[in-house]
Design a protein around this ligand. Structure first.
Ligand SMILES: Cc1cc2nc3c(=O)[nH]c(=O)nc-3n(C[C@H](O)[C@H](O)[C@H](O)COP(=O)(O)OP(=O)(O)OC[C@H]3O[C@@H](n4cnc5c(N)ncnc54)[C@H](O)[C@@H]3O)c2cc1C
Length: 411
C-alpha cells in the first residue's frame, strides 16, 4: 500500500490551491453576496487544463489520473463550492460520459472543445416531478427521420444559464415510459443554440450563490440522430454512469470544505480569548476541532480509495457512494461546528463561515441523496444488491453506477 501522492499529483494540488487562493478567494465574499457567476474563472480553469483534467490528450484533455481529478476538486471546494460544481457537471457528468459513451464524431465535435474549456457542458436529468426517481421523468424524444424531437422541462440544473452543451436524458420508448422500464430512456447532446431551447437561473436558493443553478425547457427541439449518446435505450446506463463520476468529485470536493472549516477554526481558536486563555485551550473547543480532524482524514481516505479503484479500472460504485455520503454529511457537520467555534462571528458573513454552512447543504441532496446512498450500502451489505458484483468496465478508467436499479452490465 502506497499512501504517497506522485510528483505530478502534488503539482496539480499545489497549482489549483495557488490559483484558487490568488484568483478566487479575494473575490468570493462579494460574488456570493451578489449572486454573481464570474465567467473569468472558467477561463482560469481552462488555462490550468482543469476542464479536461482526466480526459485523454487526444481529446483535448490533460490526460491526468482520477486522483488528480479528486485533488483538484478538493482544492477548488476549499475556496468555494461553486468551483467544484463546475468540475462535477462539466468534467464528471458530461465530459467523462462523452469520452466513455460517445462516438468518435461526438468526441471530435463536442468533447474536444469541452475538454479544452472552449465550450462548457452540463447534465440534465432532474425534472420538476422526478429527482431520485429517475424513471419518473417526463421528457420525451420522438424519432422523426434523421432527428429526434425533444419536449420537456429540466430543473435544478447546475450551469443552466452558462453551459453551451447539455447531456439530456429523455424517453424514446413511450410504452416503456408507461411501465417505468428504464430501458426506454436515451441520452442526447443538446446545444443551447438549438431552436426551442431556453434556460433560466433560479434565484431562490440558500447556497452556492456564486454559482449558477437553474432549469431549461425543450419545446420541439430537433436534435440530430447522431447526437444520441449510446444506443437507444441505454440512457439510464449513461445517466447512472455519469452520476457515479460526478459523485466522486462531490466526495473529494466536500472533503476540501471540511478542511476549510478546520483551518479557519484552528486559526480562530488560537487568537480568540475567553476567561484569560485562547479558546483552543478549552476542552470542548478542542473536541470540535478533533471531530473535524477525524472527519477530514476519513473523508480523504474514502475518496482516495475510490480514486485508486478508478485508476486501476476497477468498479467503485460502493466505495464512491460511501465516500460521497460520508464527506457531504461531514462537511455539513464541520461547517456547523466551525460556526460554533467562531461564536457569533461564525453567524455573520465576516469570516465566510456561514457561506461554508450554506454551501455544504446541497451536496447532501444532489448526486444521490444521503438516503439513496444509505439504501445502496445497506442493500449491498444485506446481499440484496451487488454494487460491485459483476459486469465489465467500459474503459480502463470507468465503472458502472447502478444507483437505483439492479446492476447493469454492458454486453
Ligand atoms: C444545487 C443543486 C444542483 C443540482 N444540479 C443538478 C444538475 O446539474 N443536473 C441534474 O440533473 N440535477 C441536479 N440537481 C438535482 C438533484 O440531483 C436532485 O435534487 C436530487 O436527485 C434529489 O431529487 P429531488 O430533489 O427531486 O428529491 P426527491 O427525489 O423527491 O426526494 C425527496 C426526499 O425523499 C427521499 N427519498 C426519495 N426516494 C427515496 C427512497 N427510495 N428511499 C428513501 N428515501 C427516498 C430523498 O432522500 C429526499 O429526502 C441539483 C440539485 C441541487 C440542489
Amino acid at each position: 500500500m502506497d499512501f504517497e501522492l506522485s510528483e505530478e499529483q502534488r503539482a496539480v494540488e499545489k497549482m489549483v490551491r495557488d490559483w484558487a487562493a490568488r484568483e478566487v478567494a479575494p473575490k468570493i465574499h462579494d460574488l456570493d453576496r451578489e449572486h454573481r457567476f464570474e465567467r473569468s474563472f472558467l477561463k482560469g480553469m481552462a488555462d490550468l487544463q482543469l476542464l479536461g483534467i482526466c480526459i485523454p490528450e487526444e481529446y483535448g484533455g490533460a490526460g491526468m489520473d482520477y486522483v488528480s481529478l479528486g485533488l483538484a476538486s478538493e482544492e477548488l471546494e476549499y475556496v468555494d463550492t461553486h468551483l467544484r460544481v463546475i468540475m462535477s457537471v462539466h468534467v464528471g457528468l458530461n465530459c467523462m460520459s462523452l469520452w466513455c459513451w460517445g462516438t468518435e464524431a461526438q468526441k471530435k465535435k463536442y468533447l474536444v472543445p469541452q475538454a479544452k474549456g472552449e465550450k462548457i457542458a452540463t447534465y440534465g436529468l432532474t425534472e420538476p416531478n422526478a429527482g431520485s426517481d429517475a424513471v419518473g421523468i417526463q421528457t420525451t424524444a420522438v424519432k422523426k427521420g434523421d432527428r429526434y424531437v425533444l419536449n420537456g422541462e429540466k430543473i435544478w440544473i447546475s450551469l443552466a444559464d452558462v453551459a453551451d452543451h447539455f447531456l439530456v436524458i429523455a424517453w424514446t420508448d413511450q410504452e416503456k415510459k408507461k411501465n417505468r422500464d428504464h430501458s426506454g430512456l436515451s441520452a442526447f447532446i443538446v446545444e443551447r443554440t438549438f431552436k426551442g431551447f431556453s434556460s433560466y437561473t433560479m434565484k431562490e436558493k440558500w447556497g452556492i450563490l456564486a454559482g449558477n443553478t437553474g432549469g431549461f425547457s425543450l419545446q420541439d427541439v430537433e436534435v440530430p440522430a447522431e447526437n444520441r449518446v449510446g444506443a437507444e435505450g441505454e440512457g439510464f446506463k449513461v445517466a447512472m454512469f455519469a452520476l457515479e463520476n460526478g459523485r466522486y468529485t462531490v466526495a473529494s470536493g466536500a472533503t476540501g470544505l471540511i478542511r476549510a472549516c478546520l483551518d479557519a477554526s484552528v486559526t480562530y481558536a488560537k487568537s480568540r480569548k475567553t476567561f484569560g486563555v485562547s479558546i483552543g485551550e478549552h476542552q470542548l473547543v478542542k473536541e470540535m476541532i478533533a471531530e473535524m480532524v477525524s472527519d477530514y482524514d476519513a473523508a480523504r481516505l474514502l475518496w482516495l480509495r475510490a480514486g485508486w479503484l478508478k485508476n486501476e479500472g476497477r468498479r467503485n460504485t460502493r466505495e464512491t457512494s460511501l465516500a460521497k455520503w460520508h464527506a457531504t454529511e461531514s462537511a455539513f457537520e464541520a461547517a456547523h461546528l466551525a460556526i460554533q467555534v467562531f461564536g457569533s462571528y461564525g453567524y455573520s458573513g465576516e469570516y465566510g463561515i456561514e457561506r461554508y454552512f450554506r454551501n455544504a447543504r446541497a451536496p447532501i441532496i444532489y448526486e444521490g441523496t444521503t438516503q439513496i446512498h444509505k439504501m445502496m450500502q445497506a442493500e449491498h451489505a444485506l446481499g440484496l444488491r451487488a454494487l460491485n458484483g459483476r459486469g465489465g468496465d467500459v474503459s480502463p478508467l470507468c465503472s458502472w453506477a447502478p444507483a437505483l436499479s439492479p446492476v447493469h452490465a454492458r454486453g
